[in-house]
Ligand binder design. Structure first.
Ligand SMILES: *[C@@H]1O[C@H](CO)[C@@H](O)[C@H](O)[C@H]1NC(C)=O
Ligand SMILES: *[C@@H]1O[C@H](CO)[C@@H](O)[C@H](O)[C@H]1NC(C)=O
Ligand SMILES: *[C@@H]1O[C@H](CO)[C@@H](O)[C@H](O)[C@H]1NC(C)=O
Ligand SMILES: *[C@@H]1O[C@H](CO)[C@@H](O)[C@H](O)[C@H]1NC(C)=O
Ligand SMILES: *[C@@H]1O[C@H](CO)[C@@H](O)[C@H](O)[C@H]1NC(C)=O
Ligand SMILES: *[C@@H]1O[C@H](CO)[C@@H](O)[C@H](O)[C@H]1NC(C)=O
Ligand SMILES: *[C@@H]1O[C@H](CO)[C@@H](O)[C@H](O)[C@H]1NC(C)=O
Ligand SMILES: *[C@@H]1O[C@H](CO)[C@@H](O)[C@H](O)[C@H]1NC(C)=O
Ligand SMILES: *[C@@H]1O[C@H](CO)[C@@H](O)[C@H](O)[C@H]1NC(C)=O
Ligand SMILES: *[C@@H]1O[C@H](CO)[C@@H](O)[C@H](O)[C@H]1NC(C)=O
Ligand SMILES: *[C@@H]1O[C@H](CO)[C@@H](O)[C@H](O)[C@H]1NC(C)=O
Ligand SMILES: *[C@@H]1O[C@H](CO)[C@@H](O)[C@H](O)[C@H]1NC(C)=O
Length: 794
């Protein structure tokens, strides 16, 4: 079916191609599609009745943040039995809390490639938010996706691969919301760098606007929007719009992305909330789809009644610049998931919260506080320990150096090995920088995505404790300056049989990374230890990916990327080092040979930009299109150190017998165009989620130890004439299976219509390309063991 919109897009498409990409405008898309409460019908009716009882002032109150005990607060309406809303950070823990768990980061979770652990992490985290009386958890993160290797918040999200990120988001949201809390999927959209994420003032007091992410239509659909579609399909209650601009228009007032892509195309039924301070106008944002303004007041310390929303909403309705039906829709969007999750019966807010959120002056509204310091950890440490190990990737293991087997002597080196000395909470100004702290293990990184640890098990503590079982002599030096200086290791006698070097890489919201090697002279430290010790094992705790110049050093016999494991850090790594857990993590990103190999998707930042007086100077053109991470390295046939999807085990696996089953009637042999659908359900056109084919392979454990394999399926779609490059291979299926030595198992991967489609900019629809589609199954993006093809459209 060819709609008017389709023709308009076709004409626009032709113009774009003739004149090259024009990023100076974002197409207007009004009005904002109202929610129908699809999937939440009973709750929608409750929300409708609730809204019908509100005054205009109360409606304005419901959509505007206010001072209160939580990081985000909506005031109560006691006469209707509504106690208000408490929103809290963040993606790996309830940050503003005592007696709460600190879970592995999103990055670690992605590296596990384990759907059930992803789900359980979400479920347990959700339980802790609920136990503290928090209605909304500000997570998970799928933006940044990880376009730029230097991005300061990539670790809060999952992976630069949208499929893996989409699955991780879906599992996390499902778990969180099953516990009774509302998830808030963030940051929407194109938020791929920290530099100039917010406006600044020039030397002459000109407002320099936030960086504009200029993304073409196909790329936003196939990369950055993809995981949001998974989240919407999983029924996510809320989505946070981001700080950056898109094609020159602020994300929280961009009608194309909010009204068009999210509420229109994806059929999102919940509410959009601004990132804190990400609202830059009232009427424009509301009409462009923003439903809630946070934190509400224009400043934390200023007049609490002055907001882009609040009194301005009342005024805008009264003067006709915003329709009251739109405000009703905003409130319905907020109240529907609240009723759906039965949050009208909810635990009170933990009495310690006001002390943990001291941003605000005294409150204007009543909030019901319960007991302080409620214990919510509930035995979650076991899952945290397990996921910490599962997200650890074994990259090198010469001559089976690992697992350790009752070594006589061990050396432990590096400032990441020991206990922290700067406190258990990495938020606040001391941690808001590019450097972090020198001494102590890095279990999670900094900023609003951190957690307040109730304890930390450091690697050294866990190693010392485990070593007593074998009577191993453990020697250690944790001072990197000393380790890397001449003669710095002279106190180590005898030379250990095995030397463990613990390295770390800090990152924090607000700052992009300044390098890709681990911090604190890491390469000097490894070289120094490895020059003395011919059996050196390097372990990294990192907020993002690292390049590893020492990876081929002959004395570096094993490498483990342990990412950010959370509070059980030391136990998680000891389980892998000693083989209690057979490593099964796989890289959720590519480790290139050199830092400069990532320059195809740079952070936009330069002295000229920092000193500019031009409000619009910060432009980030996503000219690499779809070719980020492995898609780039594969397309340009570039060697890498360790590819996406790679990770060793203490056993070995093989794969055989690829087969494809076609689900007759579900599109095979039909045309590639998406069947039209009305209405759109959460996740978009339901046909996109129909399974068209099932791929199966047999995986065998060919080694001598039990272990988990991660078989992966990549599709090779044809190039589209007249379009930017299509990646050579894209991940479209994975599973994690435990196998005993010699055991075989058949594994199935369902391919949905969306998995086989590309975004056609002319027709403005998903389309299955004509010609054969390659199907490659293997154990990484560069280790294909079984190949075949399928054809949908001849
Ligand atoms: C970004 O693309 C626009 C074209 O839309 C071009 O004018 C501009 O110079 C580009 N900016 C950078 C930094 O490459
Ligand atoms: C941004 O501009 C590009 C190029 O004109 C266009 O393809 C894309 O749809 C625009 N995106 C948004 C969100 O405005
Ligand atoms: C709102 O008013 C209606 C009657 O119009 C009533 O049935 C309903 O219970 C009220 N809802 C709430 C939440 O108070
Ligand atoms: C951007 O670069 C400037 C130096 O050119 C640096 O001072 C600033 O910290 C960078 N911005 C961020 C957010 O990293
Ligand atoms: C910029 O604004 C600040 C604060 O209002 C003021 O102190 C300063 O003099 C202004 N600078 C210029 C160059 O106008
Ligand atoms: C702000 O609004 C509240 C609620 O309407 C009111 O009680 C309070 O007096 C106002 N504060 C100021 C400073 O105007
Ligand atoms: C309305 O918004 C403006 C900023 O656009 C702000 O200065 C003003 O205080 C707001 N009014 C109210 C009542 O919040
Ligand atoms: C690994 O084992 C082989 C064969 O025993 C030996 O030649 C080689 O030196 C060993 N490599 C290391 C790094 O120990
Ligand atoms: C670390 O070692 C260097 C070089 O020996 C020394 O100057 C420094 O004081 C040491 N730091 C601490 C915290 O002991
Ligand atoms: C880094 O390590 C090297 C040894 O490989 C050493 O020469 C250098 O002084 C160290 N740098 C710092 C800043 O400690
Ligand atoms: C490897 O370790 C041995 C000590 O066992 C040392 O003699 C040799 O120089 C080291 N090799 C390198 C390249 O550092
Ligand atoms: C490694 O070093 C130890 C002494 O620390 C030595 O006994 C052993 O032979 C060395 N192995 C190799 C392959 O150099």
């Amino acid at each position: 079916m060819f709609t008017l919109a389709g023709w308009t897009a076709l004409l626009a498409g032709l113009t774009i191609r003739a004149l090259a990409q024009d990023y100076s405008t974002s197409p207007p898309l009004y009005p904002s599609p109202p929610t129908q409460g699809t999937g939440w019908e009973a709750a929608f009716a409750q929300a409708e009745a609730f809204v019908s009882n509100l005054t205009l002032e109360e409606k304005a109150q419901l959509v505007t943040g206010t001072s209160g005990p939580c990081v985000g607060n909506i005031g109560a309406v006691p006469r209707l039995g509504f106690d208000g809303l408490c929103l809290q950070d963040g993606p790996l823990a309830i940050r503003q809390a005592t007696y709460a768990s600190v879970f592995p980061a999103g990055l670690t979770t992605a590296a596990s490639w384990d759907r059930s652990l992803m789900y359980l992490r979400g479920l347990y985290m959700g339980g802790e938010f609920k136990g503290k009386g928090s209605h909304v958890a500000l997570g998970p993160v799928v933006g940044p996706l990880g376009r730029a290797a230097y991005g300061g918040r990539n670790w809060e999200g999952f992976s630069p691969d949208p499929y893996l990120t989409g699955v991780a988001a879906e599992q996390t949201i499902t778990g969180m919301q099953q516990s009774g809390i509302q998830a808030c999927l963030k940051h929407y959209i194109g938020y791929e760098q920290e530099s100039q994420r917010n406006p600044s003032l020039s030397a002459d007091n000109v407002t320099i606007e936030a960086v504009s992410s200029n993304i073409d239509d196909r790329t936003i659909h196939e990369l950055y929007l993809w995981p949001f579609a998974n989240g919407v399909r999983a029924g996510v209650a809320s989505i946070m719009c981001s700080y950056n601009r898109l094609n020159g228009s602020y994300a929280c007032q961009n009608s194309k992305t909010q009204n068009g892509l999210l509420k229109g195309e994806l059929g999102f039924q919940g509410w959009i909330v601004s990132d804190w301070g990400g609202t830059h106008a009232g009427v424009a944002s509301i009409n462009a789809g923003l439903d809630m303004d946070m934190p509400g007041p224009l400043s934390y310390s200023g007049d609490q009644n002055s907001s882009f929303f609040g009194g301005n909403v009342t005024q805008a309705v009264n003067n006709g610049s915003v329709a009251e039906t739109r405000v009703d829709d905003m409130v319905r969007r907020i109240m529907t998931p609240y009723f759906y999750l039965q949050q009208n019966q909810y635990p009170p807010i933990d009495g310690e919260e006001p002390a943990l959120n001291s941003n605000f002056p005294p409150y204007d509204y009543q909030f019901t506080l319960g007991a302080a310091n409620v214990e919510v950890r509930d035995g979650h440490a076991q899952l945290i320990r397990e996921l910490g190990s599962a997200g650890t990737v074994l990259l090198k293991n010469v001559n089976n150096t690992l697992p350790l087997s009752a070594p006589q002597t061990l050396g432990v080196f590096g400032n990441d090995a020991g206990d922290v000395v700067d406190g258990l909470y990495f938020s606040g100004s001391a941690f808001q920088n590019q450097y972090g702290y020198e001494y102590g293990n890095l279990p999670v990184a900094g900023g609003s995505g951190t957690g307040r640890m109730s304890y930390l098990v450091s690697p050294l503590e866990a190693i010392k404790s485990r070593a007593t079982q074998d009577g191993t002599l453990v020697q250690y030096i944790l001072n990197n300056t000393l380790i890397s200086s001449a003669g710095g290791l002279s106190s180590i006698l005898p030379v250990p049989q095995i030397c463990l070097v613990f390295l770390k890489t800090w990152a924090s919201e607000g700052y992009d990374r300044i390098g890709l090697e681990p911090d604190w002279n890491s390469t000097g430290v490894v070289n120094s230890v490895a020059s003395h010790c011919n059996n050196t094992i390097v372990i990294t705790n990192s907020a993002g990916l690292n390049v590893m110049p020492w990876a081929t050093h002959p004395n570096v016999t094993a490498i483990l990327a342990a990412h950010l494991p959370g509070q059980e850090s030391g136990n998680s790594i000891v389980d892998v080092l000693y083989g209690t857990v057979n490593p099964s993590g796989k890289l959720p990103y590519t480790i290139a040979l050199n830092a400069s190999d990532y320059n195809f998707a740079p952070i936009t930042n330069s002295t000229t930009l920092v000193e500019t007086e031009d409000p619009n100077s910060w432009q980030s053109n996503f000219t690499e299109g779809l070719l980020i991470d492995y898609r780039h390295f594969d397309y340009y046939n570039q060697s890498v150190a360790f590819e996406f999807g790679f990770g060793l085990s203490y056993t070995t696996f093989d794969m055989s017998g690829i087969q494809i089953q076609s689900h007759a009637g579900n599109g095979n042999g039909s045309v590639g165009a998406l069947p039209p659908s009305n209405p759109i359900v959460p996740g978009g056109n339901p046909s996109l989620w129909e399974v068209l084919f099932t791929v199966s392979v047999t995986v065998t454990n060919t080694g001598g130890l039990a272990g988990a394999a991660v078989p992966q399926v990549y599709l090779s779609l044809p190039q589209i004439r007249g379009e930017d490059p299509t990646p050579l291979n894209v991940l479209r299926g994975f599973d994690k299976i435990m196998l005993q030595p010699g055991e075989s198992q058949s594994v199935k991967f369902d391919l949905m219509r969306r998995d086989l489609s590309y975004w056609n900019t002319m027709t403005q629809q998903w389309m299955i390309p004509s010609g054969p589609i390659g199907v490659n199954a293997g154990f990484s993006s560069r280790d294909f063991r079984q190949k075949t093809q399928l054809t949908v459209v001849t």
